[in-house]
Each structure stands twice: as structure tokens, then as C-alpha cells.
Design a binder for this molecule. Sequence first.
Ligand code: CAA
Length: 441
Amino acid sequence: SQTPVGIDGIELWSGKLRLDLPNTFAPVKDEDPEKYTKGLGVEHSSLPDVYEDIVTMGANAAKQLLDRKGLTPDDIGRIDVATESAFDNSKPVSTYIAGCLEEVYEDDFHHANKGERKFACVSGTQSIDDAYNWIRAGRNRGRAALVIATDTALYERGDPGEATQGAGAIAMLIDSDPDIVALSTEQGFGSADETDFLKPNQQFPSVDGKRSMQVYLARMREALEDYESIADDTHSDDFAYIPFHTPFPGMVRKAALLGFRHISRGTDVESALASEIGSQPRESEYVSREAYEEAIRGYMDELKETDTYREWYETAIDPTVNIARMVGNWYTGSVHIARLSTLMSAVDADRDLAGEKLLVASYGSGAQAEIHAETVQPGWREAIAPINVDTQLEARYDLSFDEYERVHDVHNHEKDTEIEAFTTPESEFVFTGWGRMSERR
Ligand code: CAA
């Protein structure tokens, strides 16, 4: 059998500021705090301090990762940055990040193939796929690939998306014989040209929020169907967890119901549920597509109230959104945060996951969904346990609403606003203005 290829190391860098949604945001917006905590499912957003941007957060995550793995630039043959917050239409963000890292290592990345991947939030997964293919093709000369998903997911103030903001980077090392997860070769896709969320030459997105949710679910359904048509493992029992792209946990609630309907079809779970809510409608039994879809909606409404579904959700889905609740949407990093959240909660629960499978459900607006499976590797616990997510999140500075508005203005490229930083850099890369860009302080 082939040597496995997958994720060998993960590090995360959160923006160093925190906006408390129920206690700081909700009162100013005159909204019930439970709209955020229960409806959208978010407690806090991570936001960048004035000296942070996608380059510094990406470089800081990557430095932590290389140091923990005991690697230097010579060990890395490829750097791909996934982002939808890029500021340069020519030079990829990976060159800026490599430039930062070269300040602190003796060797450099002259030999490394660098690029930038764009397809909204799904491009982090696409970068992992590219690295996987590069290693599988035997072009890596023994080197590993560095994939960095980094974003400042900010919306225009007053946009409904404002409550789902976030900022941070996640760096992942892709290698053969990985410590954390091995990727399977089967993938399912659902892809269509959509205009519900886009940023044509603009910093903040134009979003039709409600429609974007429908598009997410439509592409996810297509990707599930495509995956089911080719994969061996497609049933609910085959997967310990399903990390979904998480713009906010409330979206995952909807996607998970769709996912469960698919992966429970034809299983003992569906048979066991039949006495309670009947079997799933099959399209061939209906005279029209509309009638079939209506019947599916009815089935799903009943399904979500069953104990079977609730228990599955609590076990397979709830742990995937623990970090997202505390940080908001990190766009390209979001589904990778969901995987990390899953693995961290299994460490906390002392669950042995080695050999178990995750079904990873990625999504990017515009729009494309990708489904693939990953197998957890024997070294996963030792690789996940040292990641200091809690320490980083606890250290964030808690913004007042007025401070939030001021720092949001600083990150708005159209405004020329300068304010003092809220936190102090501690041996990290910091943004020093256009031109010199960044340095380590
Ligand atoms: N208690 C409990 N729940 C409450 C509540 C309360 N007091 N008040 C409202 N809620 C519930 C609502 O019922 C709703 O839940 P359901 O959808 O299950 O009914 C939820 O809280 C949100 O309330 P609203 O629908 O009223 O919220 P909104 O209209 O202000 O904003 C949004 C929702 C349109 C999604 C907005 O957050 C947005 O535009 N977000 C950005 C776009 C986005 O994230 N889209 C997701 C799919 S696209 C994608 O995934 C790519 C990406 O990363 C951006």
C-alpha cells in the first residue's frame, strides 16, 4: 500500500483582540444576546490589533509550526497561502511571509515554489490538495509543503455579516507519513458560478447573506452526492466527526442535518428511525422534483427532533465548532479550525482516535464545496496536545464597542486612521506600514 500523505503539523495564530458579541455588540445593536449565542452560535470574534495583518498572522503561525517540528526553510519545498484578504494582485502573500521567516532562519526559501490560492474559503483545502498531489507525484524531493490559510474576515459596519467577523491564520505542514491525518484520494465536488458573496476590487464583501446560506447548502448537497458516487466509506458509522466550513456555528447546524440525511441513507440508522419518522423519501417515488423536495423538507423537520439525530449531532458535530464559537469566521482557515477543534476535544475527552475517519466538508462562496475523508494517524495526540489555542484566546484584549469601531477603521484601507495598539508584540512579526511591510519585534 502507498505511504500515507496528509497533515503532519498544525499551528494557529489568532488576532490579538476580542469582540464580545452578547455583552458588547448586542446592546449597541439593540439585539437579544441570544441571537448571537444561540442563533448564530458565536460568543466572540478575534480581530487583528493595529500591527497585525494577514502576513504577520500567517508568518507567526508558520514560525511556531516550523519551530515545533524542528524544521528550517531548507525542509520546505512549497509554500501556498490561501486567503481572500490579499492586498497585492501580483506578488503572492507567500512571498511576503517567506520574507518574514527568512529574517529569523539562517537558510532561505530560494528553492521553494510559492503561490497564492483563491476560491473564497475553500482555497485552504485546495492548497492542501495541491500539496498532496505534488507529494504523490514525487516532485517534492523529500521536502514538505507549508500551507497557510490567513484572513481578516471583516465586513462593512452595519452589514449583517458584521456579527460573524474574525481574523487569524492557521499553518499546516503537508508531508508523507503524517502525524495527524492522512488524506484519502476520493473527493466529491459541487461547483457553480454564483454571485451571493464577492469582492471585485473591494476590501469588504458584497453579500446577500440569506442567499449565501442557500448556496452553501446546495453546493454541499452536490458535493455529498458526488462523493457518494465514488467513495467506499459513505455511511454515518464510518466517520467519527464531520468538520464543516463554519462561517458561524448556526450554519453548521443546517449543513449537518443535510449531511446526516445523506450518510444515514441505506444504513441501520435509517431503518431504526423508520418506525418513528418513516424512511427517507426516494426521488423515484414522486411525480415531480418539487414534490420530492417538499417531502425531503418534511423528513428533515422530523429527523432533527429525533433522539438519534440529536445524539449523533452532539457527538459528531458539536465538538467541531468549539473554537469557531470563540473566534468567529476565519474564512480560508475556518474548516481547518473545525478539524483542529475536533481533535482538541478528543484529546480533552481522552478519546483514542487513531484509525478513525473524519469527513471534511469544505466550502467557498462563489461557489464550491468539497467533501473528502481523512484517517487519523497514530501520532495525532502528541501532535495536537501542545497547540496553545486556549492560551492565545485567553490573552486577547477585550474591546469596548468604541475601541472596536476605531480598530475596524484602522483596518479599513479606505480610511487613513492611526491609533495606539491595544496589546504589545512579544517576539513576533509585526506590520510596520506599506513599503517595509513587516519585521520581528
Ligand atoms: N434567540 C435565539 N435565536 C435567535 C434569536 C434569539 N433571540 N434571534 C434570532 N435568532 C436566530 C434566527 O432565527 C436565525 O436562526 P435560523 O437561521 O436557524 O432561523 C439566526 O439566529 C440568525 O438570525 P437572523 O437570520 O435574523 O440573522 P441576520 O439576518 O442578522 O444574519 C446572516 C444572518 C445573513 C447569515 C449574516 O450573519 C450574514 O450575512 N453573514 C455573512 C454571510 C455568511 O456567513 N453566509 C454563510 C454561508 S456563505 C459561507 O459560508 C462563506 C463564508 O464564509 C462567508
